[in-house]
Design a binder for this molecule. Structure first.
Ligand code: HEM
Ligand code: HEM
Length: 464
């Protein structure tokens, strides 16, 4: 029988790129948390809060998020189709262009060139580069799928296809603009149409970057690392179709109680509630996969990343729909509650699952054991502790902020000035910065473990 040779150099390249952008994103996140405590840290324009915040979100969403998605996509695409990558040279070009685009994007954002649309801040030349590397990935994905040796398409492939065909049109439509100079353009939409298109894009970016491809990793690496097949393939497919159908209608839940027509807001709220069902279809499938094998939560250093990750995803998909309801949103919008929601998802779900996937994938592509299982364990506890403290402190901060900003005296004036809220939030902001450092130490151990696994000589790795 012929053995398939996999092209894993590009997987390694994207893995290392993702780690680089993860470190850059976390350093900027910690710096941002400190700037909110010590405003003197805004000492230069290129690290002023407004610029650094977008550096944080862009390096993590595009550099780390997409980098790890491409790494795992190229890996599992070849394994699930039992074939080699159709166009390996194109994949190398994709890796190079990806890093050039993100680096150019980050540098221009630090230079203050920014379209001011959230998660779409890059100016038009960078958007064009973005669409080019996306096209390169799309061609390779479909060419490999067409030449596949395995007839059945496992659910992870469906999630990758959904991401691939959705992101480029979303990105293109939302970024349509009239260029004035290479560094300045004006978006073609105005008013509520602009807001609606922006959040149709923004929410689906969350869905098709921070959810679908992460689910592709979850469905592939959980059964692989546990050595047990997924509980129900049928449930995974039903959840897939209902998830993608429901997701696309929910963007306007970011615009509750705004001038956007009320019926659009109501449709988004209703679809957000419906989204609980397919989301929990995945959570239940994950839990039932481990039935009778729960001791792996102690004995298997990778499985717990996925089970904790899917638990935070489950909590996130209950919190999200509830905070979208009008009365709740009137209280929570514009508060740190949303920042708590964001970081339970990004630090607890996305980064946990990416960590588990890399810890499982890198020994395979380098043909060695993981450098240190102990480091992987320690990383897990540091990440979990850091994420929980950060998330909970932001929820408390959000409740405090909402209550103070809305408190009214008997004569109808505001009880607190904005500065009073900032003073009250200081201990919670200190907790956020400290927990960010704990999380960051966990990530440093992760990077060290992955790099050492690549560089160890085969016989050097300590016993797993
Ligand atoms: C059923 C699933 C979910 C629903 C219905 C949902 C709902 C919401 C709502 C209503 C908001 C806006 C809150 C506000 O500004 O008042 C929000 C914000 C956000 N959510 Fe979720 N969420 C869900 C899952 C997730 C997941 C899995 C992630 C992954 C990380 C995530 C990441 C975010 C982010 C990044 C924002 C902030 C967007 C911004 O304003 O910049 N959400 N979500
Ligand atoms: C060391 C860990 C982290 C720290 C200290 C941190 C800190 C911060 C801070 C201070 C903000 C701005 C909050 C505000 O303006 O009120 C922020 C926003 C954000 N962070 Fe992080 N972050 C961390 C990890 C992450 C990770 C791992 C991701 C993604 C993978 C992420 C994605 C985001 C996003 C999408 C926002 C924008 C939220 C919004 O607009 O509602 N962060 N973060």
């Amino acid at each position: 029988m012929n053995k398939t040779i996999y092209h894993d150099a590009v997987v390694r390249g994207f893995t290392l790129s993702a780690l680089f952008w993860l470190l850059a994103g976390l350093v900027s996140g910690i710096w941002l948390s400190l700037e909110l405590l010590y405003p003197g840290l805004n000492f230069a324009p290129w690290i002023a809060y407004g610029r650094l915040r977008v550096v944080h979100t862009a390096s993590l969403t595009f550099g780390f998020g997409l980098g790890s998605i491409f790494a795992t996509a190229y890996y599992l695409l070849q394994r699930l189709t039992r074939t080699t990558l159709a166009l390996p040279r194109l994949a190398t070009g994709h890796l190079l262009l990806f890093n050039v685009t993100i680096a150019a994007g980050i540098i221009t954002l630090m230079g203050g060139m920014n379209t001011t649309k959230e998660y779409a801040e890059f100016e038009w030349p960078i958007d064009l580069l973005f669409l080019c590397f996306w096209l390169m990935f799309t061609v390779n994905l479909f060419a490999t799928l067409i030449g596949r040796q395995e007839r059945q398409m496992y659910v992870s492939l469906w999630y990758l296809i959904a991401m691939t065909v959705t992101i480029a049109p979303l990105y293109f439509v939302n970024n349509l603009a009239i260029p004035l100079t290479p560094f300045k353009s004006y978006g073609i939409y105005a008013g509520t149409v602009d807001a609606d298109v922006q959040w149709w894009y923004g929410h689906n970016l969350i869905g098709f970057i921070y959810t679908m491809p992460i689910l592709a990793m979850f469905y592939y690496f959980l059964p692989k690392s546990a050595g047990i097949p997924i509980y129900s393939h049928r449930l995974s497919i039903v959840a897939f179709w209902s998830l993608i159908f429901t997701y696309l209608w929910t963007g306007a839940h970011h615009l509750i109680l705004t001038p956007l027509p009320e019926w659009i807001q109501t449709v988004a709220i209703a679809f957000s509630i419906l989204l609980i069902a397919p989301s929990w279809g995945v959570v239940v499938n994950g839990y039932l996969t481990l039935r009778g094998n729960w001791e792996q939560m102690y004995s298997n250093h990778i499985v717990r990343y996925f089970i904790f990750g899917i638990t935070f995803y489950g909590l996130q998909t209950i919190q999200g729909p509830l905070q979208g309801i009008r009365t709740a949103n009137a209280f929570f919008h514009y508060t740190d509650w949303v920042i708590g929601h964001v970081h339970m998802g990004t630090m607890g779900w996305v980064t946990m699952v990416v960590s588990g996937s890399f810890l499982s994938m890198v020994p395979n592509i380098s043909g060695k054991k993981l450098h240190s299982v102990r480091l992987a364990d320690l990383q897990f506890w540091l990440m979990l502790t850091g994420q929980l403290i950060l998330t909970i402190s932001m929820w408390i901060s959000g409740i405090l902020q909402g209550s103070m900003l809305k408190a009214i005296t008997p004569d109808g004036s505001l009880s607190y000035a904005f500065l009073d809220t900032m003073a009250a939030l200081t201990p919670l902001y200190l907790l956020r910065a400290a927990s960010g450092v704990i999380y960051f130490i966990g990530i440093l151990l992760f990077c060290w473990n992955i790099i050492r696994t690549f560089t160890d000589k085969p016989e050097e790795g300590p016993p797993a």
